[in-house]
Design a protein around this ligand. Structure first.
Ligand code: GLU
Length: 306
């Protein structure tokens, strides 16, 4: 039997256009890019523009121009999630038809009053699982998170993660009552659509990954390999000195920011400091070692992690 051919690496960067590219997203862009390039992989670009109230006009273009100025080169066209609404809706219908999702008419206040704790705040008490309040207006759609086994996966950076989504998170919203589709749903649908098999992103999303894997199970979609990069702390986090935290991700001075992001990802200093962007990319791609990336997730513990 001939040895099985390895799947070609397909990675991505998926910013939300809620503002200009900041240092934290530069770290995610750099880690996902270097990991893809050093594995001869593709690096696709997806603009997660599905939440207009949180978006800034012009931010999507601004992010793309900044990435270009930094020397990032994505493969193919940018996928805009705003153009994918019909597919998300179809997916919701499918989940509902298969009894994996249901309409929910509960208000935020009602959910809060149930005082059920989850690791992301209040957990939904399941009131509408049986259609109790589905006659109300402006219904949201929730995923029925009941699943026979815990969700378990091995993150390339953070190790084993195991979660019972029903206990830790509860039935979560996949379509909001204002009609907008939730990030979890859109990300899963589009990771599959784009053929992504390697997801490299910030550790703030480690907590979302079991939910995404659960959705993949319900939709019969493949589960990519995940790697969650350390989070750049916010100002109160004080893990980076003020000087670095404030480092502007300015199109005019890409090299210092790239060097700082590279160092933040645990990569050793170059023997000779790159004098140009081209030198940086050559050296960084040649030296990238994902095993050196530290695990730091603010969202531990999940139900179990090790
Ligand atoms: N759009 C998300 C963000 O900007 C990233 C989503 C993902 O990588 O799955 O934080």
């Amino acid at each position: 039997m001939s040895p099985q051919k390895e799947q070609p690496y397909i990675g991505r960067f998926a910013p939300s256009p809620s503002g200009p590219l900041h240092f934290g997203s530069l770290v995610a862009a750099l880690g996902s890019y270097l990991d893809a390039r050093c594995n001869n992989g593709q690096w696709l670009m997806r603009m997660e523009d599905i939440d207009p109230p949180r978006e800034k006009p012009g931010a999507a273009d601004d992010i793309l121009r900044t990435l270009e100025a930094f020397g990032f080169e994505w493969d193919g066209e940018v996928l805009y999630q705003s153009s994918r609404q019909a597919v998300y809706l179809e997916t919701i219908y499918r989940l509902m038809a298969d009894d994996h999702a249901y309409d929910c008419g509960c208000s935020r206040r009602e959910v809060a009053e149930a005082e059920l704790e989850g690791i992301e705040g209040t957990r939904y008490p399941g009131t509408c699982r049986t259609g109790a309040q589905a006659d109300r207006e402006n219904l949201a759609v929730r995923l029925h998170t009941d699943h026979p086994t815990p969700i378990a996966f091995k993150d390339r950076i953070c190790g084993h993660v195991r979660q019972v989504v029903e206990d830790d998170i509860g039935d979560f919203i996949i379509r909001r009552s204002d009609g907008l589709f939730a990030y979890q749903l859109a990300a899963v649908v589009d990771d599959a659509y784009q053929g992504i098999n390697q997801v490299v992103r910030g550790a703030d999303l480690l907590i979302s990954t079991p939910r995404q894997i659960l959705l993949q199970h319900f939709l019969d979609l493949p589960t990519p390999t995940y790697a969650h990069l350390p989070l750049v702390p916010d100002e109160e986090g004080r893990k980076l000195s003020k000087q670095f935290a404030a480092l502007p991700v300015s199109r005019e001075r890409p090299l210092p920011a790239l060097l700082e992001a590279y160092k933040f990802l645990g990569q050793p200093a170059f023997s000779q400091s790159p004098g140009s962007l081209q030198e940086f990319w050559e050296q960084a791609t040649a030296c990238w070692n994902s095993d050196r990336v530290p695990c730091n997730s603010r969202h531990t513990p999940l139900s179990e992690q090790g």
